[in-house]
Design a binder for this molecule. Structure first.
Ligand code: HEC
Length: 164
């Protein structure tokens, strides 16, 4: 085989590989906003490769008891750019740990529209436990309990940035 043919074949293989991989990666970066699908997505640890805080710390909010925040690439880039508004698809996941350090639930925010519309343009989810029987505190767009306290943040995001 000529060098040219070899290079061309390699290029085809790479192109096929990236077109197969790209949609899966993109889909994993924005959590589903339907409660049951979202719980499965969280249980699978789908956010684990996002940038995150290096250690659990006590929550400055009502999120029990110690937390680690994860930011998807869209939100991370937007915070790094100090953007006043984050793009649609920006998302954060917070792992909640009990006093013994055991994973005890998640809090999730997903911006679902280009405009935050005073909190209505965000989907909010919190579950106090890790199974389908656990108490779901919120699972909807525009939950007043959530966006009310998040309003002073940078476009509803409160975690200090850069992440510690
Ligand atoms: C009384 C205030 C308060 C309320 C109510 C509240 N939060 Fe938070 N939230 C915080 C604070 C403070 C942080 C920053 C990290 C920390 O210290 O926990 C935070 C962080 C988060 C984060 C990580 C991204 C970010 O904005 O920093 C998510 C996701 C989140 N909260 C989801 C929710 C959801 C879902 C609800 C409603 C069920 C909710 N929060 C209600 C105070 C609040």
């Amino acid at each position: 085989m000529s060098t040219f043919a070899l290079l061309r074949n390699t290029a085809v293989v790479l192109a096929v590989a990236s077109s197969v991989c790209a949609p899966a990666r993109a889909a994993g970066d924005v959590p589903p906003t339907e409660a049951r699908a979202l719980l499965g997505w969280l249980q699978a640890g789908s956010y684990k490769n996002w940038r995150h805080e290096s250690a659990a710390h006590p929550s400055a909010g009502p999120h029990p008891a110690r937390v680690i925040a994860y930011l998807n690439p869209a939100l991370d880039a937007s915070l790094a750019a100090k953007a006043a508004a984050h793009p649609s698809g920006a998302s954060a996941v917070k792992e909640l740990f009990d006093a013994a350090g055991k994973l005890s639930g998640w809090a999730v925010s997903v911006k679902t529209e280009a405009d935050s519309r005073a909190g209505q343009g965000w989907f909010w989810y919190e579950i106090l436990g890790t199974t389908p029987a656990s108490q779901v505190v919120a699972s909807a767009k525009g939950v007043p309990l959530c966006y009310g306290c998040h309003t002073p943040g940078r476009d509803f995001v409160l975690i200090p940035y850069p992440l510690k």
